[in-house]
Design a protein around this ligand. Structure first.
Ligand SMILES: *Cc1c(COP(=O)(O)O)cnc(C)c1O
Length: 365
């Protein structure tokens, strides 16, 4: 007898569409047999990890027979100092993705609802679906989170609102005054998860500092990550800053050893390497200008981005353009799963990687 294992899963799980990751370089290499490949598909730091991180990894590797510190004492101390928060307000995660899930598993249930925006980072939808709570997707405005629509989508059943700032895959942001007005109008018992995965890159003056706002709004949970500007995507470390009571709850539902010893050591070292971070930001500023200018020169529409990626309309069948770029050795990200079938997303790479992408794009469109 053949058993249908999918049919036996919880109904919520049966409806989940698995996350579609950016194509790993090795996979593209295997499939296409190409030597030179440029990956602009996962918003990674194109410089690689810092030397200080590599040193810390080598050192901690010698003790990898031991379990990690379940409380991440040293990393929390270092973060607390840098962010001027109490270590008891910190929750570490296996990537910030983990923390986004922890909020859902602690606060969402059947009968509850959670609100996020159209085109918002797909992990919110995955976390909410898995919990059994009702997902309320507020319509976006000009591809941007519409906080008024999000507020209107909340009611007495709402436990959590997810806001990506800036959002992935659109790259746009909500400004300080709009976010503050939203938080003032919202029921203070509803948790607002403010996902700041790309905050280090943002260069605009009216971008809100989530951690400063958290001091005013106890329902705000700010998440950040070492995966993007800090260059540790492969090691999976992120964290939340929240009210101590919320941190207490998240601590109850996390896996006891959710961050590995190598990841803890690497994140601490990354925090101490200011130059490496500054280099990532400088490269991104120049690369974003290069990509924006290049797309404009090709006459392609793009969504203004303050992050380290840019989403644009290649003008003809985006899936076909994506495939042609792959054949030419450039991996970008299709975003049809975000209901953006006419767009593609490209991460900002090194100058020569951006140039190669623009050159190949010009050929295939
Ligand atoms: C990349 C990303 C994250 C972070 O993922 P990690 O689990 O920390 O690697 C979170 N939110 C958004 C919007 C992202 O794009």
């Amino acid at each position: 007898m053949v058993i249908d294992w999918v049919a036996r899963a919880r109904a919520e799980v049966q409806r989940i569409m698995p996350y579609q990751a950016g194509k790993p370089i090795e996979e593209a290499r295997r499939e296409l047999g190409l030597e030179r490949l440029v990956k602009l598909a996962s918003n990674e730091n194109p410089h690689g990890p810092s030397d200080k991180v590599l040193e810390a990894l080598q050192k901690s590797a010698l003790a990898c027979n031991r379990y990690p510190d379940s409380n991440g004492y040293y990393l929390k101390q270092r973060l607390a100092q840098q962010l001027s928060v109490d270590p008891a307000m910190l929750t570490l995660g296996n990537g910030s993705n983990d923390v986004l899930e922890l909020v859902a598993s602690a606060y969402l249930d059947r009968g509850a609802s959670a609100v996020y925006s159209e085109y918002a980072f797909v992990v919110y939808s995955l976390a909410v679906q898995r919990s059994g709570a009702e997902a309320r997707v507020a319509p976006a405005k000009d591809y941007c989170h519409d906080l008024d629509a999000m507020l209107a989508a909340t009611d007495a059943s709402t436990r959590v609102v997810y806001i990506a700032n800036p959002n992935n895959p659109t790259g746009n942001y909500v400004c300080e005054s709009a976010l503050r007005a939203f938080l003032q109008a919202l029921d203070p018992g509803i948790i607002v998860v403010l996902d700041e995965a790309y905050c280090e890159y943002v260069q605009v003056g009216d971008y809100p500092d989530g951690i400063a706002l958290q001091r005013e709004f106890a329902n705000l949970v700010v998440t950040r990550t070492f995966s993007k500007a800090y260059g540790l995507g492969g090691l999976r470390v992120g964290f939340a800053v929240s009210d101590r009571g919320i941190a207490d709850v998240l601590n109850r539902v996390r896996e006891p050893f959710n961050v590995s010893s190598l990841s803890l050591a690497a994140a601490e070292a990354a925090l101490n390497d200011h130059e490496h971070l500054a280099q990532a930001i400088a490269t991104n500023n120049a690369g974003m200008q290069q990509l924006a200018d290049g797309l404009d020169a090709l006459g392609l529409k793009r969504i203004p981005s303050v992050a380290n990626f840019i989403t644009f309309e290649p003008g003809r069948d985006a899936a076909a353009v994506n495939q042609a770029l792959l054949q030419a050795g450039v991996i970008v990200r299709p975003v049809a799963n975000y209901n953006l079938p006419l767009h593609l997303r490209a991460s900002v790479g090194l100058a020569e990687e951006n140039a190669l992408f623009l050159e190949k794009l010009a050929l295939v469109i």
